[in-house]
Structure formats: C-alpha cells, structure tokens
Design a protein around this ligand. Structure first.
Ligand SMILES: Nc1nc2c(c(=O)[nH]1)N[C@H]1C(S)=C(S)[C@@H](COP(=O)(O)OP(=O)(O)OC[C@H]3O[C@@H](n4cnc5c(=O)[nH]c(N)nc54)[C@H](O)[C@@H]3O)O[C@H]1N2
Ligand SMILES: Nc1nc2c(c(=O)[nH]1)N[C@H]1C(S)=C(S)[C@@H](COP(=O)(O)OP(=O)(O)OC[C@H]3O[C@@H](n4cnc5c(=O)[nH]c(N)nc54)[C@H](O)[C@@H]3O)O[C@H]1N2
Ligand code: SF4
Ligand SMILES: [Mo]
Length: 893
C-alpha cells in the first residue's frame, strides 16, 4: 500500500508538512524529477492559499543530502542487519534492566499511523510509557490546561470562528510568520469587516503586531496577571454569563476569588503596560460577545504555561464564549501533526485516543483491544527528564524519530552529552546530516514528505491525508513500517502485521470507538472499516466522526465536558513572582521563529528562495542596550548564559524592549559556526505540563572583537575552515557564506581556501583595509569574496544575482553593488518574486502607497502573501536604511 508513485504528471492532493494550519497542496511531479506545487482550492484549511514555505516545497524534495541507506556504527548495511540489531538491543536491554530502561523520543512531524505504531509498541508491548515527543516542547501546556478545564484535550472551535470573531486576541503568537495562511484568513475577514478588532499580546513587536488594533507589549511571563485581571474586570462589569457558569461549570468562586485582588493599576504594575491600554483591552473583551483568544508559544513555553492557558480559558467559561460561532479559546498547533500525536497518545502521560494512563478503565479498554502482554500503568519520563535519565544511567537505549533534540531541547549542550553517552542510540531521519544524527549508532533512512502516505490532524481537528507522489529513494522506508519491522523482530509480528497505513488507521479508528458512548471526545469510529481505496480517497474531515450519533463541529456550547461531573472547570491561578535576575546575566532571552525557516532547517535550508529572506542567525537587541555595550548594528555579538555561548549578528531594534533579547531557534552546527540558541536555554519546566520555558532564560551580551568580516558566494559549497563565525545559505546559483574571525587573516589566501581556487582577480585596498576577489571561468562568475574591517557593505542581493552569470568585466562584481543606473534591490522581502526593501521603498516614493499598489507595480506580496505585513511596515515607516552596512535581515521582525 505504500506509495504507488503517481502516474506521470498528475496532480496529487496532499497536505503541507510544515505548520499546524494543515494546508491542502496539489503536487504535480514532472518527469525531470521536479515537482510543481500549488494550493488546493478545495481544502477547507486554506482554500488554495499557501505561504512562502508551502510554495517553496518543490525546492526541498531533491535527493541531495538525503539519508538513503541504513547505517550501523558508521557503515552502510542492509535493512535486515540494522533492524535485527535494533530489535536485539532493545529486547536485551529490557530483559536485563526492565522496560523502563529503553525510550523513544518522537515527533509531531510523524504521521498519525507512525505515531500510533510507536505508541502501541512502547505502551502495550515493551510495557513502558517512556515514549515522549517534541510536542512536550510545543503543546504540553495546552494539553494540560485543556485537561484541567475540559477533562480532555479538546480545541473547541474552528478556523471559521477566527474569521467570524468580532474580537481576536492573539497571545504569544506571531501568526503572521508562523501560521501565515490562518493569519491571511483573519486579515481578509478584517478587511471585509473593518469593525473586527485584533489585539496582540507579545513582549516584542512582530509582523503580527503590525496588523493589530492594539498591541499589549507586556513584560515577559506576566500573562497570568493580565488574564486574571480580565476575569476580575468581567465580573465587575457584569459581563459574565451566569446561566452558563451555573449550568455547565464548577470552580468559578475560587477562580474569581483569586482574580479579584487584581485591578487595572496592579495589572499595570505587574505587566509594565499603561493603564489606558489595559482598560481599553478589558472594555473590548467585556463588550464583545464574539471573542476568540488564540495562543501559542508565548503561552505554552513558560514555567507558568499551564496557568496561562487556564487564565485564558477561565475568561471564556465565565462569559460562556465557547463552542459558539466566533467564540472560544483557540490553542493553535505548531507542527503538521501536533494534534494527531496528542490524539494517538504520543505524550508520556497519555494513552491512545485521549485515554488516560492513570484511569484503570481506560487501561483495560486499551489493553483488551491491543491484547497487550505488558500494559503500562504509570506515566513515563517527559522529554527533559528523559534526557536527564540518560545521564543518571536509567535509560540505556534510545530511539529518536523525526526530531533533532541536539538542537531543539533546552540546555542543548547537556543533551548532546546525553546523546554521546547513551549506550545505544538509534535515529530515524530523512536527511543525512543533523546535529543529532552525528551521535547515532544506527541511522535509519525514513521516507520523507511526498514519499509517505498517511494522515495528519491540523489545529481545527481536521484530519487530512498526506499522499505519496514520488517513488521511495534509495532504501528509505515509511516510519510506521520501520517500527512494525522492529516490533516483529522483538516477537510481536501478529500485533504489528499491518499491510499498509490504511490498516493502521482502521485499527486506530476502531479503538477510538471502543467502549466510548460519548465518554470520550475523540471518536473517529465512523472512519473505521475504510478499504485501502476509500482511505486513499479520504477527504479532509473534522473529528469527532462517531459511527453512531450526530457529528458536530464545535464543543461545549451547552456544556458536555469530559470531567467526572461533565462540568467545565475553572482553575484558580496565581501570577508567579518574577524570577530574580542574576547580576551577571541581566537580559531576558526570548527565542522563536522567522518567516521562511522551519525549525532546524533540514528542509527549508535547502531552498534558495526561503534562504533569501533571512540568511543569518541574529539577536534582536534594543538600541539603548546596544549602545551601552558598544554593539554596532550588523556587528557580531556574543550571547552568553551560564550554560553556553553563541555568536550571532546584531539586529539593533526597538522592536524588543530594553533588557530583553530575541534569537531565532533555527541555526545549527550544520548551517553556522556557533549559533545554537538552545545551548543557552535553561531547562526550567512548567510544573504541571513538563513543558520547558524556552522563552525566558537569563543571558548577557558582549561585542565580538572581529579582526575582519567577510561575505563570499560560490557555485560550489564554500569551505568554512575554523572561522569563529560563519553562516551558510543557499543561493539560486550556489552558496553564500557570511563570516568573521577574531584573528587577522591574509585575505587572498583565505579567499583561495574558501572558494577552492587560486584563480582570483581582485585587489586589496590597504588604506580602507578592504579586499575584494572574484573567480571567473570563461567570463562566468563562479565565486567572489569580500573582506572589510567592519561588516561588509556590499549588496547581497546584487552579488548573489550575478553568481553563475556571464560578466562583461570583473569590475561589475568587485564594486559589490550595482551602478547608479541600476538601483540596489536591498534585503529581500518578497521571496516569491525576489523583491527587495529598497525597491518597495522606491515604488512607494513613486506613489505606490498601499500594499495592493506595491503588488500592482512590483508583484511583491501577490503570490503567497506572507510578506504583506513587512511591506506594510516599510510603507508606514519609510525609514529603510538602504545599506551601510547592509544587513541580510529583513526590516520587519
Ligand atoms: N516560519 C515558521 N513557522 C512555524 C514554525 C517554524 O519553525 N517556522 N514552527 C511551527 C511550530 S512547531 C510552532 S510550535 C509554531 C510556533 O508559533 P508561535 O508561537 O507564533 O512562534 P514563536 O516565534 O515561537 O513565539 C511566538 C511569540 O511568543 C512571544 N513571547 C515570548 N514570551 C512571551 C510571554 O511571556 N508572553 C507572551 N504573550 N508572548 C511571549 C515571542 O516574542 C514570539 O513573538 O510555529 C509553527 N510555524
Ligand atoms: N529555544 C527554543 N527551542 C525550541 C523552540 C523555541 O521556540 N525556542 N520550539 C520548540 C518547538 S515548539 C518544537 S516543535 C521543536 C522542534 O524541534 P525539532 O523537532 O527538533 O526540529 P525539526 O528541525 O523539525 O526536526 C525534525 C527532524 O525530523 C526529520 N524529518 C522530517 N520528516 C521526517 C519523517 O517523515 N520521518 C523521519 N523519521 N524524520 C523526518 C528532519 O530532517 C529533522 O531532522 O523545537 C522546540 N525547541
Ligand atoms: S501556512 Fe504555510 S507552512 Fe503552514 S501549512 Fe500552510 S503552507 Fe504549510
Ligand atoms: Mo512546535
């Protein structure tokens, strides 16, 4: 059933493998191996839209850098040898040290079928709940908050509610960059109905705050105070829904009692917001029935993450704004199958189909259904503890699938030590080189997006098919199949004898309906019994899909919670006192994402289009802090915590508050010298959910005394030597490298080594201390390198555009920027049409004063639309610094 490669050149309907919006994609493979990508106009998540990452999917499906064959201890081997070894090592470890001595660490980027197989193997057959997922870093606080309030992990609403809301409050979410298509749907709704209001709660200005009617730039981790104060205000303003509270909820009194001490003045004190803004926000919420509160990592990734979630949900229960059109709390999911993983019980404290490990009835249902020989009866280790348990010797064999913990877990240096230390490490991945794979004893080549078949569930509970449209390369195998093969070798062939993903899905659907009778929200028994053909043709569908009983789109408008009393629960929450700032680490370090990269860049990093937006790791630092520390714009900065240090580019901007920093999570040792931000991050976790507080470590900064800065382009990969700083990016015609070092260099000699040729033209300018070299073969530019004592002031877009081109003379390239007759495009804003900031500014000067007008004259923003907010920001400020020194960084964060 795996991957019948599509008949030549037919469009295959599938689902985007990046964010939790879950957009439908039409993929058309061409005979030359390329793939044409378009949005699926029939898919209810996106109706044809795709963002920049989705649009560039075709650039990421090549076999370059793929892991194509199994490897054992560094040598290529057969599947038989690799699978036998994994099964034997796990079996022997369990026999000698017990089931809790082995672990799986999996991912919201697995398909539901993969996830189900992994969970069944561990919780029902090996007999341990030591299977956790990177969703612990992502959604665990939302899961815990949902379970406290609803008795189950339900997102009650839909994307249509976001459009139908009169007030959309986005908390700790940069959705313009991280959930661009949902954001575009909201922006379109607001354009059609300007009375709709958007409030964004974020300590930082972002591409999302640009679109807000009100931006509450609060102090980090003070959201509980803001929402507890809101609850108190709703009571005082008599905006509650007494009937809803009385009929369908419990615990309101305690929550209100905890909230009442908050006044606008004390909230202002706690959050650092001005009273007028708080009062305006509270009045908007009190006066707007159709309110949706959408939230993501600024809420979840916090030591008070679960309390933040419940502080938000309390306000919806109190007003009865839940489960009705245009209302509700809305936890938006990160990964393509974050939601599916929660459904199948991927977390160490859950069973499959939203059943609970601690509940003996649930355990019996699952054990009976699986006929499992060794059912778990207690929760397993959560991600951070799991890696710590390697250090203490408890975990002796670990299998990592579809995640890159060496880069994405907090205190990543210690995680890497654990990976080095664990006696047996298996890693299943699709690419050949990651920071995690380099420690693997066994490497297993997994089928990638486009080659694998199965289902994912998006943020609005919609299950969609991912379909294969490419043949399996090398010996790659689907993840569920790899797991089933290992299970069979451990002695459980019958229980894992599925003949394809349809059979796995069928088993899962049947389990969801077993002994359910609406005692559990997650029921897709109506999808059981699909033939392989029907499964192949399955249209996107929102759960629940019970075999009997009415389907429904939303939850809880009339109660029906899944707590023992069937009432929704208020949770009394307290704002935690701010942790004391250590004297030597005075900055709060916030981390997160940029528009065009996905996590550790193993796939998006291959796309030149995506790399043209932001091509380097950076730290956002306030101008006053930069001045106080002698940090110049675009210079290099060391950011340090007690756990580690990184070296990144300074982005001096008042988008961040004084005393705070923001660093993206994307750059790894594969793409940079020393920019893995999680090496700095404290492994502090939320006490309820175990989710790490990835957005609030303490750090300090220091300018880096660079002897020189450099920028190089080449048609071939550029060597990086032992430079203190480098960051590599893809270009249309090759590669780019930003670099610098503390020790002076001989520029010509270094240029020769970086570009791998001695055949250079160019010159040193001793007075300016600069040097410029170019390598031309038959008049065609194959490489260039620029050196300067300060950040190199050449136009990246211009130089990159000449690579691989035939040049009339070397003068054009050595100037580093276009002549007066050809304006410099500036940093790329629209990656679809390669339109730079300077072009947008120039068009605006010529009269194109709106985003639409810019689209008319430059096309910018007219394809995926992900850059529209950045264009709006340029238009509103018109203060783009053209160059000097030109930054790779786009102007809107
Ligand atoms: N381009 C892109 N899109 C992605 C991803 C990607 O890697 N790249 N990853 C996907 C995944 S898995 C996820 S989980 C989502 C994440 O999506 P988001 O949660 O939107 O992304 P982040 O940038 O991690 O963080 C969001 C915001 O939280 C703010 N924040 C920090 N501390 C606080 C606080 O104390 N309170 C409040 N209110 N806000 C705070 C940050 O300043 C930041 O702007 O994105 C998904 N989409
Ligand atoms: N400081 C900081 N750290 C963070 C965050 C943050 O905001 N700040 N965010 C956290 C969050 S929300 C998340 S979700 C995590 C994400 O962190 P990770 O999950 O570690 O990041 P990815 O780069 O998505 O790693 C996925 C890996 O799986 C591989 N892969 C892709 N498809 C498949 C497949 O089908 N099968 C297999 N076997 N492998 C595949 C990819 O090549 C890649 O190596 O990072 C977390 N870490
Ligand atoms: S919004 Fe972008 S990344 Fe997210 S699913 Fe849609 S196309 Fe993919
Ligand atoms: Mo995530």
């Amino acid at each position: 059933m795996d991957a019948a490669p599509a008949a030549a050149c037919r469009a295959v309907k599938t689902t985007c493998p990046y964010c939790g919006v879950g957009c439908g994609v039409l993929a058309t493979p061409a005979p030359d191996g390329s793939v044409d990508i378009a949005g699926d106009t029939t898919h209810p998540a996106n109706f044809g839209r795709l963002c920049s990452k989705g649009s560039a999917l075709g650039e990421t499906v090549s076999f370059e850098d793929r892991l194509l064959y199994p490897e054992v201890y560094g040598k290529r081997t057969t599947w038989g040898v690799a699978l036998d070894l994994v099964a034997r090592a796990f079996s022997e470890t369990v026999a000698e040290f017990g089931p809790d001595s082995v672990a799986l660490y999996v991912s919201g980027q697995l398909l539901t079928e993969d996830y189900y197989a992994a969970n069944k193997l561990m919780k029902g057959y090996v007999g341990t709940a030591n299977i956790d997922t990177n969703s612990r870093l992502c959604m665990a606080s939302s899961v815990a908050g949902h379970r406290r309030a609803f008795g189950t992990d339900t997102v009650p609403g839909t994307y249509e509610d976001l459009e139908a809301a009169d007030l959309l409050v986005a908390v700790g979410s940069n959705m313009a960059w991280c959930h661009p298509v949902v954001f575009q749907r909201i922006a379109a709704a607001k354009a059609a109905r300007p009375s709709m209001k958007i409030v964004v709660v974020d300590p930082r200005e972002t591409a999302t705050t640009v679109a807000a009617d009100l931006h509450l730039k609060l102090k980090p981790d003070t959201d509980v105070a803001l929402f507890a104060g809101l609850l108190a205000h709703l009571e005082a303003a008599r905006a509650g829904n007494a009937a809803y509270v009385g009929d369908f909820t419990e615990g309101a009194d305690a929550a209100l009692a905890a909230a009442r001490p908050w006044t606008v003045a004390s909230v202002a004190e706690a959050t650092g917001l001005v009273e007028a803004d708080i009062a305006a926000f509270y009045a908007m919420v009190a006066g707007t029935d159709r309110t949706v509160t959408l939230y993501s990592q600024g809420v979840n990734q916090s030591a008070s993450g679960t309390d933040k979630v419940n502080a938000i949900i309390n306000t919806h229960l109190y007003t009865g704004r839940i489960g009705r059109e245009g209302t509700g709390p809305f936890s938006i999911t990160g990964q393509p199958n974050a939601m599916g993983g929660r459904e199948v019980g991927g977390l160490a404290n859950m069973l499959a189909c939203h059943m609970e490990i601690e509940n003996p009835d649930h355990r019996d249902i699952v054990q009976g259904f699986w006929a499992s020989p060794a059912m778990v009866d207690k929760p397993g280790l959560k991600a951070v503890d799991l890696f710590e348990a390697i250090h203490s010797g408890r975990i002796k064999a670990l299998w990592v699938m579809a995640t890159n913990p060496a880069d994405s877990l907090p205190d990543a240096g210690r995680v890497e030590e654990a990976l080095r230390k664990v006696p047996f490490l298996v890693v299943s991945d699709v690419v050949a080189n990651t920071d995690t794979l380099r420690h693997a004893h066994v490497k297993l080549p997994a089928a990638a997006w486009g080659e694998k078949d199965g289902t994912v569930t998006n943020s609005e509970r919609r299950i969609s098919r991912q379909r294969a449209f490419l043949p399996l390369p090398g010996e790659a195998m689907a993840d569920w199949k790899i797991i089933a093969e290992v299970a069979a070798r451990m002695g459980w062939a019958d229980a894992f004898a599925w003949d394809g993903p349809a059979a796995v899905f069928d088993e899962y659907a049947r389990l969801s309906g077993t002994a359910n009778d609406d005692t559990r929200d997650f029921d897709i028994s109506g999808l059981a019994g699909l033939s392989a053909v029907a499964y192949g043709a399955m249209a996107p569908v929102q759960w629940p899909v019970p075999a009997s009983g009415a389907p429904r789109t939303r939850f809880f408008a009339n109660g029906g919670f899944y707590t023992p009393s069937r009432r929704g629960r208020f949770v009394a929450v307290e704002q935690k006192a701010a942790a004391e700032t250590p004297r030597r680490y005075p900055f709060r370090l916030n981390t997160g994402r940029v528009r065009d990269q996905w996590h550790t860049m193993t796939r998006t990093g291959r796309s030149q289009r995506l790399s043209s937006h932001i091509g380097e790791p950076f730290v956002e630092i306030h101008p006053a802090d930069a001045a106080a520390h002698g940090i110049e714009p675009a210079s290099l900065v060391r950011v340090m915590s007690p756990r580690g240090r990184i070296l990144v580019r300074a982005l001096v901007t008042d988008r961040v508050a004084e005393g705070t920093l923001f660093v993206p999570m994307h750059w790894t040792d594969q793409t940079s010298a020393n920019a893995r931000v999680d090496r700095l991050v404290d492994p502090v976790v939320d006490a309820v959910s175990g989710q790490p507080a990835l957005k609030s470590s303490f750090a300090r900064v220091e300018p880096f005394a660079a002897a020189f800065y450099g920028y190089a382009v080449s048609t071939r990969p550029i060597r990086t030597e032992r430079l203190a700083y480098w960051a590599a990016a893809r270009l249309a015609a090759g590669h780019a490298l930003e670099f610098a070092d503390a020790d002076p260099c001989d520029p010509r000699a270094l240029a020769e080594r970086l570009l791998g040729t001695k055949d250079l033209v160019g010159a040193l300018d001793r007075t300016a201390g600069t040097a410029r070299f170019a390598a031309l073969v038959d008049g065609e530019l194959v490489g260039a390198a620029f050196f300067a004592p300060r950040p190199v002031a050449v136009s990246r877009a211009y130089v990159a555009g000449l690579l691989g081109e035939r040049l009339p003379s070397s003068a054009a390239i050595l100037a580093g920027r276009p002549g007066a007759d050809q304006p410099d495009p500036g940093p790329i804003i629209c990656s679809c049409f390669k339109v730079g900031a300077n072009q947008i500014a120039a068009a605006a000067v010529d009269g194109a004063g709106t985003v639409a007008a810019i689209g008319d004259v430059l096309q910018a923003g007219t394809n995926c639309g992900s850059c529209r907010n950045e264009i709006a920001r340029i238009l509103s400020s018109m203060s783009v610094e053209a160059d000097e020194p030109e930054r790779q960084l786009a102007p809107a964060g």
